[in-house]
Design a protein around this ligand. Structure first.
Ligand SMILES: NC(=O)c1ccc[n+]([C@@H]2O[C@H](COP(=O)([O-])OP(=O)(O)OC[C@H]3O[C@@H](n4cnc5c(N)ncnc54)[C@H](OP(=O)(O)O)[C@@H]3O)[C@@H](O)[C@H]2O)c1
Length: 301
C-alpha cells in the first residue's frame, strides 16, 4: 500500500492551484510528485517520451481524483528535435507554468548515441536539460511571474568528477560512472544557473534519495540479484512517496532563492527533506564545463 505523507505535507507552506510540468512524469518520483499535488489542485503537465505511458499515468491520476487537471505531452529529452517541437507546442498553446521539473533520467543503460552523436545517459540527464533551459528560458521569463526550474541530482554525483575529455569513466563506457558523471554535470549546471539567476526563473536542485523505481528495476538484468538487492536496500532506502518529498519541499512559498534539497538521513540516502550545501564544487570549473557544453550544442551562454 502506498505510504501517505499528507500529515507531513500539511505542515509545509505549499501553494494551491499552480501548474507543474514534469519531464518523465509518467513514472517513479515524477509521478509520485504529481499524485501528492492533487489535493492542492495543481495542474499537472506530464511530458513523456511514450504517449501511451503518459496517458496511463493520466488515467491513474484521474482514478484518484476525477477532477484532476492533467495534460500529456510528447517529449524525448535526449532529442533536440523533440525538445524544440515540445517548446513550440507549449508556446503555441500559451501554457502557464509555475514549476518546470526536469526529472526525466536514464540510469545504467547500455551504450547508445543519440541523433547528434552524444552518448545517451549524458544526452538524457544533462544535455537535454541544457537544451530545455535554452528552449524555455525566454518563454518562462515572459510569463510575468516567478517560475521554479528544478534539476534532479543523485547521491552518486558525490563520488565522481567529470572532465570534458573523460565523461564516461574511462576509455570504454562504464554504465554506473556515466550516470554519476551526468549528475555531476547537472550539479554544475545548477551551480552556474544559481550564480547569476534571472529573478523570474529560480534554479533549484533536488536529490530524491534512493528509492526503488522502474529506473532501478530496468538497470539490472539479473532479477534474482535485483530481488535480494531490493530486499536489502529497502532497509536503508525510502519509498517513492517519501523520495518525492524533497521536490515537494522546494515547491513551498518560502523557497525563493536557489538551494539544494535532499533527504536528511545518513549519507542522504533516505529521510525527510532538508536544505544543505552542494557537496563540492569549484564554481569556475563548473562554469567552464557548462559553457563548453553549451558551445558544443551551439546554444547561447
Ligand atoms: N530512484 C532513485 O533512487 C533515484 C536516486 C537519485 C536520483 N534519481 C533521479 O530521479 C529521476 C527520476 O527517476 P525515477 O527513479 O523516478 O525513475 P523512473 O520511474 O524510471 O522515471 C524516470 C522517468 O524518465 C523518463 N525518461 C527516461 N528517458 C527519457 C527520455 N529520453 N525522454 C523523456 N523521458 C525519459 C522515463 O520514461 P519511461 O517511463 O518511458 O522510461 C520515466 O518517466 C531521474 O532523474 C533519476 O536519475 C533517482
Amino acid at each position: 500500500m502506498a505510504k501517505d505523507y499528507s500529515r507531513y505535507l500539511a505542515k509545509l507552506d505549499l501553494p494551491t492551484g499552480k501548474t507543474i510540468l514534469i519531464t518523465g512524469g509518467n513514472s517513479g518520483i515524477g509521478f509520485a510528485v504529481a499524485k501528492a499535488l492533487l489535493p492542492y489542485h495543481w495542474t499537472i503537465l506530464i511530458a513523456t517520451r511514450n504517449r501511451q505511458r503518459g496517458e496511463d499515468a493520466k488515467a491513474r491520476l484521474l482514478s484518484i481524483d476525477k477532477d484532476a487537471q492533467v495534460q500529456v505531452y510528447q517529449l524525448d529529452v535526449s532529442s533536440r528535435k523533440s525538445i524544440v517541437a515540445f517548446a513550440k507546442q507549449i508556446q503555441i498553446e500559451n501554457v502557464d507554468i509555475d514549476v518546470f521539473y526536469a526529472n526525466a533520467g536514464a540510469y545504467r543503460i547500455p551504450f547508445a548515441i543519440n541523433e547528434e552523436g552524444f552518448e545517451m545517459t549524458f544526452a538524457t540527464n544533462y544535455l537535454g536539460n541544457l537544451l530545455l533551459y535554452d528552449a524555455f528560458h525566454d518563454y518562462l521569463t515572459n510569463l510575468g511571474h516567478p517560475v521554479k526550474f528544478i534539476l534532479t541530482s543523485s547521491i552518486t554525483a558525490r563520488f565522481q568528477r567529470v572532465k570534458e575529455d573523460d565523461l564516461y569513466g574511462g576509455k570504454t563506457y562504464h554504465k554506473a560512472k556515466a550516470y554519476a558523471r551526468s549528475k555531476v554535470a547537472v550539479n554544475m549546471f545548477y551551480q552556474t544557473l544559481a550564480k547569476n539567476h534571472d529573478p523570474l526563473v529560480l534554479p533549484l536542485l533536488v536529490h530524491p534519495g534512493v528509492t526503488y523505481t522502474p529506473l532501478v528495476d530496468k538497470a539490472f538484468s539479473n532479477k534474482t540479484f535485483l530481488l535480494w538487492g531490493h530486499r536489502f536496500l529497502r532497509r536503508f532506502t525510502h519509498p517513492v512517496e517519501k523520495a518525492a518529498l524533497s521536490t515537494l519541499y522546494l515547491l513551498q512559498n518560502t523557497i525563493t532563492s536557489p538551494c539544494f534539497c535532499g533527504p536528511r538521513g545518513p549519507f542522504h540516502i533516505a529521510g525527510y527533506p532538508k536544505i544543505y550545501p552542494l557537496y563540492q564544487g569549484n564554481l569556475k570549473q563548473a562554469e567552464e564545463f557548462v559553457h563548453r557544453s553549451q558551445e558544443i550544442l551551439g546554444i547561447q551562454t
